[in-house]
Design a protein around this ligand. Structure first.
Ligand code: NAD
Ligand code: DAU
Length: 368
């Protein structure tokens, strides 16, 4: 039985990971540590919280005393570190929070684990620190350049990417200097349930449902590699369970697409779902599809993101070859599942957008 501390478990990927882990390893114990920034939502964890299948602690990863106490009290042997400021556009406006959480927060976690797990020159048997990172640390690729491998030199462009690169270097330094049993995954763009509607895919779905413009930065020909979030969870599971400590794994979806193509596919999926559905038309009367028009009519080209990376691509041969990982979902099936999820979970994204779930949190956790 593993005892996991999942940081950022009320966010998009962390939340999906907690769902995944509870489904696959119901005998394990999970403590979620999350500061509940604008991006965290405990409603994502609601079923597991009500059934007391997990413990939730609202707190900051920079609070070393708190982290050390949790590691000790819950006898944690595995830390899966998702907590981060994750949105590139926000990092361009205000980089400070990114350095605080992504760099200093990761350092605080690493040090807390060293205090808890490293005694008399030895790491406690069976411990593991897994750091969830991004392909953005490698910078931007030209159209004909080979995909990022684990040995591609770091060249981060945005403050977000630079802060994640800093965190990766700290994890590597703990492996190199102290022999810490840590692994890193550098993953491409995720999409799926519980995704905050500021990122391209959920923003496109939610805006289209409200008949609002679908903003395309620059010419819309930037390339991203898309991975359904549950596949990312499977990859992390493989790495924690069988990946060699000290190793980095690049994780991707083998699905490179230009942004405009992603938005057009989402529009067509929505048009398809609305066709002949008077119920959807009644719920979302401002969506063009409710009136038989195409959602694509909402596409609006806007000013480009500053320093916008042109192309990311992942060479997944290491994780495919050594851990046998391949994504199960294709882009077509993944996008259809995602649109379905947003149509079936309107209360979740409405609460996230207006912040009303915070009242619930206040009641549950104010005494902690
Ligand atoms: P997210 O923004 O949806 O969630 C981040 C979570 O971390 C939130 O619940 C937030 O409340 C919490 N958090 C923020 N600061 C904290 C702090 N100081 N202490 C404790 N908790 C804090 O992010 P996400 O998209 O789920 O990304 C999770 C991780 O995966 C990040 O490390 C990100 O860099 C990485 N990643 C994301 C993607 C992607 O496509 N979303 C791809 C590759 C890697
Ligand atoms: O590559 C992994 C990264 O993917 C993660 O590390 C980040 O945490 C995650 O946010 C994501 O970063 P991106 O910047 O690629 O994701 P975003 O959804 O913000 O944008 C995807 C692409 O779409 C990007 O080229 C910018 C563009 N875009 C984005 C938004 C929000 C638009 O054209 N219009 C938009 O409104």
């Amino acid at each position: 039985m593993r005892k996991l501390l999942v940081t950022g478990g009320a966010g998009f990927i962390g939340g999906n990971f907690v769902h995944y882990w509870c489904r696959h390893y119901p005998g394990d114990r999970i403590v979620v540590l999350d500061a509940l920034t604008y991006a965290g939502n405990v409603a994502t964890l609601e079923p597991m919280l009500s059934h007391k299948a997990i413990a939730f602690v609202q707190g900051d990863i920079n609070d070393r005393a708190l982290v050390e106490r949790l590691l000790h009290e819950h006898d944690i042997d595995t830390v899966v570190h998702f907590a981060a400021e994750s949105h590139v556009d926000r990092s361009i406006v205000d980089p400070d929070a990114f350095v605080r959480t992504n760099v200093l927060g990761t350092q605080a976690l690493l040090s807390a684990c060293r205090t808890a797990w490293y005694h008399e020159g030895k790491w406690r048997e069976g411990t593991r620190f897994h750091h969830v990172s991004t392909d953005e640390v490698y910078g931007s690729l030209a159209p004909d350049e080979p995909a990022f491998s684990e040995t591609t030199p770091y060249a981060p462009s945005s403050p977000y990417a630079a802060s994640k690169a800093g965190a990766d270097h700290l994890v590597r330094a703990f492996v190199h200097t102290y022999g810490m049993p840590a692994t890193i995954s550098n993953c491409s763009n995720n999409y799926g349930p519980f995704h905050f509607p500021e990122k391209l895919i959920p923003l496109t779905i939610v805006n289209a449902l409200h008949g609002k413009p679908l903003p395309i930065y620059g010419d819309g020909l930037q390339v991203r590699d898309w991975l359904y979030v549950e596949d990312h969870c499977v990859a992390i599971d493989r790495i924690i369970s069988t990946g060699q400590p000290g190793t980095t794994f690049n994780v991707g979806g083998r699905a490179e697409h230009v942004n405009i193509d992603i938005v057009r596919r989402l529009c067509r999926e929505l048009d398809h779902q609305f066709a002949g559905s008077s119920a959807l038309a009644a719920r979302f009367p401002d969506c063009p599809a409710a009136k038989g028009a195409a959602c694509e009519s909402l596409i609006t080209y806007v000013k480009d993101r500053a320093g916008h990376d042109r192309r990311y691509a992942i060479d997944p041969s290491r994780i495919a070859g050594t851990l046998g990982f391949e994504p199960a979902e294709t882009l077509a099936t993944g996008l259809a599942r995602t649109v379905d999820w947003y149509l079936s979970n309107e209360p979740w994204w409405r609460a996230v957008m207006d912040g009303s779930y915070r009242e619930w949190v206040q009641k549950q956790y104010s005494e902690r």
